[in-house]
Design a protein around this ligand. Structure first.
Ligand code: SAH
Ligand code: SF4
Ligand code: F3S
Length: 470
């Protein structure tokens, strides 16, 4: 994956390395990085139960779609896929079709009523139950498990790396979200926030490093609220050592090996601390890159969004990033056309973009989600054409900034971790610099997983182009 980590990806088929002979599983994932990381847990649990995968859906005995509910169009896409699998199932009546992830959790057994072809509905905290639920469905009984948990982190499940480049991997460090941003469905689909035992996280990072991986991305909806009470494991009386926060965890993972790069996502502006920035600045292998979703540049809109910070607070956090890490890459998420957003509010978002100059942004029009605070309290009153026009203005401005920041790199030399062959040519590699900018260059005698210094000679809007310097 050459782009960003939190990007909503669409229907990628997960290629599980073949294992023992057994029933054939076809697994497809939608949504955010956390969902993709979850699919690696699902693959592990089902492989242990004897399933092998196939990339050919017509061969599948079991089809699982790991779904996303973040915006309406994410769900529409999955409904279309269900229709498609319905057409396959007509010729293969024994095939089991299961819906996992956020849509399963949001719609629960309603999905079985609405989609007659679906046999299985399993929420994100119930994957340990998959072997038995799939078995039940194979015996002809439709099955649902959407119980959310306060403890489940799958800490002991060793993920099977899917579609891996062998260089970069995700590590889930927490699950759920307690923030209740008014537009967001995630607290309903993922349940309460809980952190994972840091020892198991470090262990996973070490294992990945030994397997040849050179970059890990620590994942959580709000990594800054990571917290683990160490006294759970040992009777430590020293208050200083009693709890690990995200900065401590970051430091622990960075100490695994200087050659292992560490990234993380997502930071929350209300919680991102200077302590985290100090740890980032002090450890060379923690990448100088922060994804800090702002959503809107207007304080009143932010209030209605229940984000817990103002425009000024956000800009102060940006200043803190630039103080500790002067050349850091910074990206964001924007929602345009939220309830009650005036033309002036929209201009505040544009002016914030100009003030910060993000390297990259994910930009969306507001999509009302059932049961969220915004759906209950506010009217979705911005006409679709206005939302689209504002989005186009935001995208246009952001493109200029990305281009400008890329252009500024021409003539510089940066350290790049090689991730694999470029999409354009087998003669070229792609990788990223510490600021998370994608760099493409001639491969020469190097291999994926190696670090090289690349002199940047040119750029496009999204990519730096250069040559290796020896
Ligand atoms: N936990 C992260 C983001 C998770 S969802 C955070 O707090 O920033 C990823 C992005 O999807 C959000 O940052 C937001 O920009 C977008 N998003 C979430 N709900 C949305 C909705 N109802 N309509 C449009 N975009 C939405
Ligand atoms: Fe949603 Fe807000 Fe939680 Fe992010 S922090 S997942 S936007 S509720
Ligand atoms: Fe992720 Fe979509 Fe769920 S963004 S947490 S898969 S709603």
């Amino acid at each position: 994956m050459e782009k960003e980590i939190i990007e909503e990806r669409q229907g990628e088929v997960m290629n599980i390395p073949s294992g023992s002979v057994g029933k054939k599983l076809f697994l497809e994932s939608y949504g955010c990085a956390m969902n993709f990381a979850d699919s690696e847990i699902v693959a592990s649990i089902l492989q242990d139960a004897g399933y092998v995968t196939t990339q050919d859906d017509s061969q599948a005995d079991v089809v699982l779609l790991n779904t996303c509910s973040i915006r309406d169009n994410a769900e529409v896409r999955v409904r279309k896929r269900i229709e498609y699998f319905n057409s396959i199932k007509r010729h293969k009546p024994g095939m089991v079709i299961g819906i996992l992830g956020c849509m399963a959790e949001r719609l629960k057994s309603q999905l079985l009523e609405e989609e007659k072809v679906v046999d299985l509905v399993v929420g994100p905290d119930a994957y340990r139950d998959l072997p038995s639920l799939v078995g039940q469905a194979e015996d002809g009984t439709r099955a649902v498990n959407v119980l959310l948990s306060r403890e489940e982190t799958y800490a002991d499940v060793s993920p099977i790396r899917l579609n891996s480049n062998g260089v970069t991997a995700y590590i889930s460090i927490m699950r759920g979200c307690d923030n209740m941003c008014s537009f967001c469905v995630v607290p309903f689909t993922r349940g309460r926030e809980r952190s994972r035992d840091p020892e198991t996280i470090v262990h996973e990072a070490k294992y990945l490093f030994e397997q040849g991986y050179r970059e890990v991305t620590l994942l959580g909806q709000n990594v800054d609220s990571y917290r683990w009470n160490l006294t759970r494991d040992e009777k430590k009386v020293d208050a200083e050592k009693a709890a690990a926060d995200f900065a401590d965890l970051l430091s622990m993972v960075a100490e695994v090996d200087p050659l292992l790069r560490v990234r993380f996502s997502t930071s929350h502006p209300k919680d991102m601390s200077d302590k985290v920035l100090r740890v980032m600045a002090s450890q060379e292998n923690i990448c100088d890159y922060v994804h800090l979703p702002v959503q809107s540049g207007n304080t009143e809109v932010l209030k209605r969004m229940n984000r817990g910070y103002s425009r000024e607070w956000y800009l102060d956090r940006i200043k803190a990033i630039k103080t500790h890490l002067p050349s850091a890459g910074i990206s964001t998420d924007i929602i345009t056309g939220f309830c009650g957003e005036s033309e002036d509010d929209h201009k505040d978002t544009l002016s914030l973009l100009k003030e910060v100059k993000f390297h990259f942004a994910y930009m969306y029009t507001y999509s009302e989600r059932p049961k969220t605070l915004a759906e209950r309290k506010f009217e979705d009153d911005i006409p679709e054409e206005t939302k689209k026009r504002r989005l186009a203005e935001i995208i246009r401005l952001q493109r200029e900034h990305s281009q400008e920041l890329n252009q500024a790199m021409v003539g510089e030399t940066c350290k790049v971790l090689i991730e694999g062959e470029s999409k354009r040519s087998t003669e070229q590699f792609y990788g990223r610099n510490t600021e998370n900018m994608v760099v493409v260059f001639d491969r020469e005698e190097y291999s994926a997983g190696e670090y090289v210094n690349v002199h940047i000679t040119d750029c496009t809007g999204g990519t730096l182009i250069g040559t290796i310097v020896k």
